[in-house]
Write a protein of this length. Structure first.
Lengths: 425, 338
């Protein structure tokens, strides 16, 4: 007959197990720092599946191309580079798990991060605790702002820098009376908040901020809320929502009543000529011009060749895919930024990560094969990329650059909000 | 007899393994697996909350993610916005989850079966969409990340979850407490009342049990377990997000509990361990790992309705019965000899 298990016997059994293992006193620890001469593993926290996979595809391609160039040139500080890629599934929960996987299982010493805001924000505390530098490629300003750490960096722009770079020129040239219509989630809300701030700072005013739910199919009720006296409309949507917005706005003739200006995210992975002229005449912020002719140099040409895209629409050669060119370049350049910082600091093992952080803080990068987007700087205090930006207009189905905003102007318009360089390593 | 012996041996081995994880696992596998095991412990508590409702009371809830999310956001908001200490944030998260379980439970436990399942999904969806929209409070779909306050400080000495070994043992301690509480409840008169309701709620009410109140108590207790797991997961990930409030997270808990063995104490641990290991082993090579989960869930439900623990117990019982009957036969033969 089975003996009844009592509270006492349950506790006794469980504690016996605990004591047995505790007395074993296993002092077998691995030396995490024993790889000073082996390959350097760079992790790629990449959104290969899920909602933002049409961008992740390009980040993967760009990172692989960059590693290939580096290895062909002798690696980093004479060490071969290995790229370990993990799919975040465009989901913060999976992303956090996959980041641990990259750092603890694949032994990634540096990580080129996700473009998905939620994923990168969930990743930063983990990366920081595991003392691993994490480059964000998305636009959530918190990554190098309120939620930033000594380990979080970016070479590109965020909602703060996009608004700071573009609004002074846009308000002066497009008009002072604005309305904003945005996808009602974190990126759209942040774009609304930052743009509103810089519109007002430039002497303009925002008549309406209209949030649109993410599952919206019919934009008419929201488009009807746009005040008729609006001179400039700022739509902030991504992917299919963006296509739906431009198509319905065009049908309603909105493009004839007001100018439209939006962030590059709204047209990423979309070729204007694929949406039957719906975005014709709309201005977009870009930070790596889609057309080669806007920055026609050998480095840009090599980038286009290596990533395998055409020089007008950034469309993949032999397929219909269009690159998220204003974001995807970061996956390439971040690896070269890591290379430069490692070589400048004399990094050998994880113990030397502080040296790499210090090298990255305030690091200047020259227009080169490693930095085909152009000259840039990682601002010391807030770890933000200070880069040349562009405002382009869709003309004849192509994004024609109308204004180049030099990085010096961006830095001037973008006062410091946080000083991450004073945080402890 | 055999079953008791084997199960007790396994419990000792399991406890021994869990205590030795931070030292043994990095040697035989990789340090990464210590984090995976810590995660399994957290999700096992979550699956236990599903198990308490489904396995012991007969209520299939697809809304446990709501309480998980409240535990998680309680910690995230508590630390990030209210600047609470570790323990205050922990208590805040668990209390928020229990309060929400009480409020939703008042309406939900009036219903049973698919109506109950539907109302729990509806509550989960309402608060998921609210969490996504209330960006200033919840961080929207970006969520909230935060730096961990110390768990204990004695002068200059600080114990924090940033020390991975300490973090593992902290999670293990909470896991042990939760499962010990489950053990106490399921063997108490309250636990027997739960079983009576699960078997036949009409008969239970006829013998004087207040079915509504007992179901509500179970619902709040399950909310407590889900809240504890959510709060722990926030500490573990240093992050809180609305993603975890979505009902598919509840669905994971249901699958883990059912496949492991609903109505058994350690069934949820078995189910959670199995699926998280599959996920970790397969997801690096194949993105459609959830297909395996689906196939396994279907197979277990069809071939072993009592889950893997039920299957195991049946096997042991059969061995025990065979042994007993062969002993009886031997005795009978001896008696029949002249």
């Amino acid at each position: 007959m089975a003996k009844k298990q009592t509270r006492r016997s349950f506790l006794k059994t469980a504690l016996a197990g605990g004591v047995a293992a505790g007395t074993a006193n296993l002092t077998l620890m691995r030396d995490l720092y024993a790889q000073a001469s082996g390959p350097i593993v760079i992790g790629h926290h990449c959104d290969l599946t899920g909602v933002i996979s049409s961008w992740g595809y390009w980040h993967d391609k760009a990172a692989k191309a960059a590693v290939e160039i580096i290895n062909q040139g002798g690696g980093i500080a004479g060490r071969r580079v290995e790229l370990a890629t993990e799919d975040t599934e465009s989901n913060p929960a999976s992303g956090a798990r996959k980041l641990r996987n990259l750092i603890e299982r694949s032994n990634a010493e540096f990580v080129v991060g996700s473009v998905h805001s939620g994923v990168m924000l969930s990743a930063i505390p983990i990366a920081s605790e595991l003392k691993t530098i994490y480059f964000s490629t998305g636009e959530a300003t918190e990554a190098t702002g309120a939620k930033g750490t000594r380990y979080s960096f970016r070479t590109g722009t965020d909602t703060y820098s996009i608004a700071a770079a573009s609004m002074p020129w846009c308000v002066e040239n497009f008009g002072k009376v604005w309305s904003i219509i945005y996808a009602d989630y974190a990126w759209g809300q942040s774009t609304n908040q930052e743009s509103k701030h810089f519109i007002e700072k430039a002497g303009g005013k925002t008549l309406a901020s209209i949030p649109v739910p993410l599952d919206t199919k019919d934009f008419v009720p929201y488009l009807a809320q746009i005040p008729p006296e609006t001179e400039v409309l700022l739509p902030a949507f991504i992917g299919s929502l963006s296509v739906a917005f431009y198509t319905q706005a065009k049908t309603m003739g909105l493009d004839k009543k007001m100018k439209m200006f939006s962030s590059s995210a709204s047209i990423e992975s979309i070729a204007p000529d694929d949406i039957q002229g719906a975005a014709e005449g709309v201005y977009f912020f870009e930070n790596f011009p889609r057309m080669l002719k806007a920055k026609d140099d050998e480095y840009h040409r090599e980038f286009i060749k290596r990533v395998g895209i055409d020089d007008v629409h950034a469309r993949e050669v032999g397929s219909q895919r269009v690159m998220d060119k204003s974001h995807g370049w970061q996956a390439w350049e971040d690896i070269f930024a890591i290379k430069q910082a490692i070589e400048a600091s004399g990094y050998k093992t994880r113990k030397d990560v502080e040296g790499v952080i210090k090298a990255l803080e305030g690091m200047e990068m020259k227009n080169s094969i490693g930095h085909p987007q152009g000259d840039k700087l990682i601002r010391k205090e807030d770890h933000c990329g200070i880069i040349d930006c562009y405002i382009s207009r869709v003309e004849g189905g192509k994004l024609e650059v109308k204004k180049r905003i030099p990085k010096e102007e961006l830095a001037k318009n973008m006062p410091l909000r946080h000083n991450l360089s004073q945080l402890p390593v | 007899m055999i079953r008791t012996f084997v199960e007790r041996f396994l419990l000792v081995a399991f406890a021994a393994f869990l205590v030795s994880v931070p030292w043994v696992v990095p040697v035989i596998a990789n340090k990464f697996w210590v984090s995976v095991i810590a995660e399994i412990l957290i999700w096992s508590i979550f699956a236990a909350s599903v198990n308490l409702l489904f396995g012991y009371v007969g209520l299939l809830s697809f809304g446990q993610a709501l309480f998980f999310g409240f535990g998680m956001y309680g910690v995230g908001i508590g630390i990030d916005q209210l600047h609470l200490s570790f323990w205050s944030a922990f208590a805040f998260g668990v209390s928020a989850a229990m309060a929400m379980a009480l409020i939703t439970g008042i309406f939900a436990v009036r219903l049973t079966w698919h109506y109950f399942a539907i109302i729990t999904i509806v509550f989960s969806l309402i608060f998921y969409f609210l969490a996504v929209r209330l960006k200033p409070l919840t961080g929207g779909d970006d969520g909230i990340n935060f730096s961990l306050p110390p768990v204990f400080s004695f002068g200059a000495t600080r114990y924090s979850l940033t020390d991975q070994t300490f973090q593992y043992f902290f999670i293990l301690a909470i896991f042990a407490i939760c499962f010990y509480l489950m053990y106490l409840v399921t063997r108490s008169p309250l636990g027997r009342a739960f079983l009576a309701i699960r078997e036949n709620d009409l008969r239970a009410s006829l013998i004087g049990l207040n079915v509504y109140v007992l179901r509500l108590i179970a619902f709040v207790m399950a909310g407590f377990l889900a809240g504890v797991s959510g709060a722990l997961f926030a500490f573990f990930g240093r992050y809180a997000s609305a993603t975890y409030m979505f009902y598919h997270v509840s669905g994971d808990g249901v699958v883990w509990a059912i496949v492991g063995g609903a109505g058994t104490l350690f069934g949820p641990v078995v189910g959670t361990t199995l699926f998280i290991f599959i996920r970790e082993l397969v997801s690096t090579h194949w993105e459609h790992h959830s297909l395996i989960v689906g196939v396994m869930a279907i197979l277990v439900v069809m071939l072993a309705p009592k889950g893997l623990v039920g299957l195991w117990r049946e096997g042991l019982s059969r061995i025990g019965e065979q042994k007993t009957s062969s002993e009886l036969n031997a005795k009978a033969r001896l008696r029949s000899q002249p």
